[in-house]
Design a protein around this ligand. Structure first.
Ligand code: DGL
Length: 273
């Protein structure tokens, strides 16, 4: 039986989903969390919809096997391409990052409209456009894939000249044309400073992690599934490759070292154990 003490399950293509975990820990400090990062098959952001959907279902099934009460799809690419299949294979509720983030962007935007940056697959899917237009069909939207941001963030090059140059290349066209920018990729909150510098103070940045964590809170609260136990929450992190490297980079994302990191195996039938 699933009870409020069961963990929240979070999955991502790799390490980037920790930016969402960080927000979940802040907004839901009593919740146990089980995380799966598919570090063996990252990145998802330049893979086809078919492949991302197949992986996302396998990732969700792994979390279900750990007894999670809710699945949070932290990966923007998987949220953009695979929420329907995650939902249809899941016995517990699941939320992605697109809807809550689009809602938050619409709350904050002004007359100029909304910018969206993300991986190639997220931008090509037009999932953010769809979610924004479903709130207000007249919204002005500008989007741009920024594939080089992911490796730059993973390398910790937050304040590097190369990052500044690449960010200018991607972002200059937004100048004076948007009110808010959706950071539509798990890694982009780490590049917040450089992105904000280039877009200018007038542009508000919307972090997918923050909006999604609030949405998880609302869902758990509405279904009476918030964990009220006073004990220290348990955090378990599973990855499909390089647990050591995951732990090192994790500190950059979470601001703290992880106590429990384990490697799991992906079998040829897609089962993760
Ligand atoms: N997690 C992915 C996302 O948010 C970024 C990394 C990848 O391409 O897998 O879209």
């Amino acid at each position: 039986m699933i009870s409020p003490e069961n963990p929240i399950g979070v999955f991502d293509s790799g390490i980037g989903g920790l930016t969402v975990v960080r927000q979940l820990m802040k907004v839901l400090p009593r919740e146990n969390i089980v995380y799966f990062g598919d570090t063996a098959r990252v990145p998802y952001g330049n893979k086809s919809g078919e492949v991302v959907r197949e992986y996302a279902v396998q990732d969700a099934k792994f979390l279900l096997s750990r007894g999670v009460k809710l699945i949070v799809v932290a990966c923007n690419t998987a949220s953009a391409l695979a929420m329907d299949v995650v939902r249809s294979h899941s016995t517990v509720p699941s939320i992605g990052v697109i809807e809550p983030t689009a809602k938050e962007a619409m709350r904050q935007t002004g007359p100029r409209g909304v910018g969206v940056i993300g991986t190639l697959s997220t931008i090509n899917s037009s999932a953010y456009e769809g979610a924004l237009k479903s709130i207000d069909a007249k919204t002005q939207i500008m989007s741009q894939a920024c594939p080089l941001f992911v490796p730059l963030a993973e390398e910790g090059m937050f304040d590097h000249q190369a990052t500044e140059l690449i960010a200018r290349e991607y972002l200059s066209r937004f100048s004076g044309r948007i009110d808010v920018m959706i950071l539509g990729c798990t890694h982009y909150p780490l590049l917040r400073d450089v992105i904000s510098r280039i877009l200018g103070n007038g542009v508000k940045l919307v972090d997918a992690g923050e909006a999604t964590a609030r949405s998880a809170y609302e869902l758990l609260s509405a279904t009476h599934m918030l964990n009220t136990q006073e004990s220290r929450p348990r955090y378990e992190f599973y990855v499909s490759d390089f647990p050591q490297k995951f732990n090192e980079i994790a500190e950059r994302f979470l601001g703290t070292k992880l106590e429990f990191v384990r490697k799991v195996q992906i079998y040829s039938n897609g089962e993760i154990r």
